[in-house]
Design a protein around this ligand. Structure first.
Ligand SMILES: NC(=O)c1ccc[n+]([C@@H]2O[C@H](COP(=O)([O-])OP(=O)(O)OC[C@H]3O[C@@H](n4cnc5c(N)ncnc54)[C@H](OP(=O)(O)O)[C@@H]3O)[C@@H](O)[C@H]2O)c1
Length: 252
């Protein structure tokens, strides 16, 4: 049976990936910091789906712990890696907490790069499987360290998808818009003014992502509203994108 490694599996999009992949019969390696939550989730998935579940308790802002996860991702049994762990920050860059900005870059960029670097050689040799890197529609905006980091994730994934053309191993960036998870509460972000049509259901995001991954898309943008907004954001002149980013920042 094939195995998927999911980072940030205790909540939101990562948790939804865990349930969907378990329902499809994959064994799982679940990575996050909250050990009791990881163990409870592992027990539930094992009970509901009869799959094998391993947990790795790791803080992906710390290099040594990133490399432990990378080492597990390099093993022969791993067919799919979902680099999903992440968080937002609700602070201005000027005068904001530098340590938090650095941790964000470490989780969103360094961990994604090192885990992908470890996982891909075996997948390429076996000519199957691949990596889904959870980016964001924010990767098209100009909105702080978060959107800069997500721009890196999208471009990095597109670049690997291009490099792997001809192989059945594949890399895809998943770019969700507003999705109901713990993300906004954890970052103390105000969401009351976000219109209902902008919200995505987490299970729909994951199902659409897995369909796009199977179709070897380089970038997956779930939801018809974000596919349209994505086209606009990607082809708008950058001064308009900057205006959009200011409007988005005012929502917080
Ligand atoms: N929700 C949205 O609207 C939205 C939109 C676009 C993109 N995204 C992206 O989707 C991904 C998942 O976010 P989500 O919405 O599902 O958020 P969430 O519900 O808050 O879940 C975040 C997950 O990441 C883990 N995590 C956070 N910091 C970590 C660290 N230092 N080390 C290891 N694990 C860590 C958390 O687990 P522990 O606390 O147990 O460590 C949790 O499992 C993120 O990359 C986010 O940027 C979200």
């Amino acid at each position: 049976m094939r195995t998927a490694l999911i980072t940030g599996a205790t909540a939101g999009i990562g948790r939804a990936f865990a349930f969907e992949l378990a329902a499809r019969g994959m064994n799982l390696v679940l990575v996050a910091r909250d050990e009791p939550r990881l163990l409870a989730l592992a027990g539930e998935l094992n009970f509901d789906f009869g799959i094998e579940v391993q947990v790795v308790c790791a803080d992906l802002s710390l290099l040594a712990q990133i490399d432990e996860v990378a080492c597990r991702a390099a093993a022969d049994d791993i067919d799919l890696v979902v680099n999903n762990a992440g968080f937002g920050l609700n602070q201005p860059f000027v005068g904001g907490d530098l340590k938090a900005e650095q941790q964000m870059l470490d989780v969103l960029v360094t961990a994604v790069m090192r885990i992908t670097h470890a996982a891909l050689p075996g997948m390429v040799d076996r000519n199957r499987g691949g990596v889904i890197n959870v980016s964001s529609v924010a990767s098209w905006l100009a909105s702080g360290t978060y959107s800069a980091a997500k721009s890196w994730v999208t471009t990095f994934s597109e670049s690997l998808a291009t490099q792997l053309r001809g192989s059945d191993a594949h890399v895809m960036a998943l770019c969700p818009g507003f999705t109901r998870t713990e993300f906004h509460d954890r970052a103390n972000m105000e969401t009351a003014t976000i219109p209902e049509w902008m919200w995505l259901d987490v299970n729909d995001v994951v199902k659409e992502a897995l369909t796009d991954f199977a179709g070897q898309h380089a970038v997956s943008v779930p939801g018809v509203q974000y596919k349209s907004l994505g086209l606009v954001a990607q082809y708008l002149p950058r001064p308009f994108v900057r205006k959009l980013s200011v409007m988005q920042a005012r929502r917080r």
